[in-house]
Design a protein around this ligand. Structure first.
Ligand SMILES: [Fe+2]
Ligand SMILES: [Fe+2]
Length: 221
């Protein structure tokens, strides 16, 4: 039952969350004409230099979305041609948009990216590909674990921004939209049989711990 839904991608629209459109000024498409368009676009307009809280939020979210992009890239490398390919690709496209948006915010607010970027790049791809090699359900278990942590993390940030003296409305809107899409990814993972993966509990706990550690490190350095 879940296989049928997952293979057809039907579960992706069941919560009526609109298909992601990139909030960033350029699209995530890799077609050559759009790449040319991207190259011709001026850099995003500078905005006020980020305060300590915004600086931390943008740096850690940029790292997280880069990691998510690489995790789904790893999953696609192994499972892209299989029955789960379309489902994973849909989530990957959304993660590319998330990453692009935070790349734009990093430039606009002149935030320093985490020095861990090259390590997260490799580690995240290895996590995505490694779990995918264990099978589709293990890949979905990885998705559920990562997205659980990210949804909690974004909810914490939304509270933090709303409690600040001058909430950044644009950042609130961006994080709210991405939080909803991460929740959709989590639910897709469950629908696609994550909980039936071998050693589901142990695997997800280890991955959650890894994600929380990466978040704590990326906030600061
Ligand atoms: Fe994301
Ligand atoms: Fe996600």
């Amino acid at each position: 039952m879940y296989r049928k839904a997952c293979a057809s991608g039907m579960q992706l629209i069941r919560r009526s969350v609109p298909t992601s459109r990139c909030l960033a000024t350029s699209s995530s498409s890799s077609s050559s004409s759009q790449n040319q368009e991207q190259q011709q676009q001026p850099p995003p307009a500078l905005r006020p230099r980020a305060n300590a809280m915004t600086d931390e939020i943008i740096r850690v979210d940029h790292a997280g979305e880069l990691g998510a992009d690489r995790i789904y890239a790893g999953q696609m490398a192994i499972l892209g041609n299989g029955p789960m390919g379309k489902t994973i690709e849909h989530m990957w496209e959304q993660e590319k948009c998330h990453r692009k948006q935070f790349e734009q915010l990093i430039q606009q607010h002149r935030v320093r990216p985490t020095i861990m970027t090259p390590i997260w790049n490799v580690a995240a791809f290895a996590l995505g590909a490694g779990t995918a090699l264990l099978g589709e359900k293990a890949a979905m278990a990885c998705t559920v674990a990562v997205e659980t942590v990210i949804v909690e993390h974004y909810n914490d940030q939304l509270r933090q921004i709303m409690e600040s003296p001058n909430p950044d409305k644009e950042l609130l809107e961006t994080i709210t939209k991405f939080r909803d899409e991460e929740q959709e990814h989590h639910d897709t993972g469950i629908d696609c049989g994550a909980e039936q993966a071998p050693f589901y509990k142990a695997m997800t706990e280890v991955i959650k711990f890894g994600c929380k550690t990466a978040i704590a490190i990326s906030k600061k350095i």
